[in-house]
Design a protein around this ligand. Structure first.
Ligand code: CTP
Ligand code: MG
Length: 235
């Protein structure tokens, strides 16, 4: 079955600070979105990439894709996104032609994911998992806190989940197409990743090893790290 990738790129990037929408910001001179598209199209199994553009930025994204060298074997579609990441992904799925049985969902904000990670996710879906996430062990201990008594007061710590059992989850997340479509039709809670919607359907989700370089560009320091990774790759 054919594999398509949906790349939600419609966010504003509030945490990165003022400027263009995050996906259109440059990393070493090339828009983050173009790096992300190349990272997914680098997999020989991915034959279609659907970019979900900022709502008023579809024309700009189309011309960016035309202006940058991308693999000939890959098809590209651009659709306008929505208010939430979840809505943006759903709008991307609505544009998916029928022949694609496996769908990857990949944040434009993870521009440096290595192709081996992409292929490992696809392989696990082909092996029969309805949903697959790339995941890494945590460096920091994580604590659950309760709301502070008043604004500015310290937050009470209520629990410390055992770190060795926790994973930080990245993208691309890979799905059996019908499963992901059903999840987006039936789960209406606000969620921060697609796999959790499949979990809510009661279906199994599995984790494969993620990669350090698949980190999400979220805050200004992440831009520094991303440009350093790119510079190191050119050595
Ligand atoms: N995204 C999207 N549509 C939205 C919100 C987010 O397509 N309405 C995309 C972003 O473009 C990004 C990915 O979802 O590629 C992950 O979201 P995040 O890192 O939170 O990006 P932003 O929402 O843009 O950043 P922030 O939350 O700091 O505003
Ligand atoms: Mg966001």
């Amino acid at each position: 079955t054919s594999v398509a990738a949906v790349i939600p790129a419609a966010g504003r990037g509030v945490r990165l600070g003022p400027g263009a929408p995050k996906a259109l910001r440059a990393l070493n001179g090339t828009p983050m979105l173009i790096h992300a598209v190349r990272a997914l199209a680098a997999s020989r199994r991915v034959s279609l990439v659907i970019v979900v553009a900022p709502p008023d930025g579809a024309a700009e994204v189309k011309s960016l894709l035309d202006a940058h060298a991308l693999p000939e074997r890959t098809d590209f579609l651009v659709v306008p996104g929505g208010e939430s990441r979840q809505e943006s992904v759903r709008l991307g799925l609505e544009a998916l032609p029928p022949q694609y049985g496996i769908v990857l969902v990949h944040d434009a904000a993870r521009p440096l994911v290595p192709v081996d990670t992409v292929d490992a996710v696809i392989e696990a879906v082909r092996d029969g998992a309805p949903a697959v996430v790339p995941a890494l062990p945590l460096a920091d201990t994580v604590k659950e806190v309760a709301p502070a008594a008043e604004a500015g007061a310290p937050e009470p710590v209520v629990a410390t989940p055992e770190r060795s059992r926790l994973r930080a989850v990245q993208t691309p997340q890979g799905f059996d197409r019908a499963t992901l479509v059903r999840a987006h039709e039936s789960v209406t809670d606000n969620v921060t990743d697609d796999a959790s919607m499949v979990e809510q359907l009661g279906l199994p989700v599995v984790a494969v090893p993620g990669h350090e370089e698949a980190f999400k560009v979220t805050r200004p320091l992440d831009l520094v790290l991303a440009e350093a990774v790119l510079a190191r790759r050119r050595l």
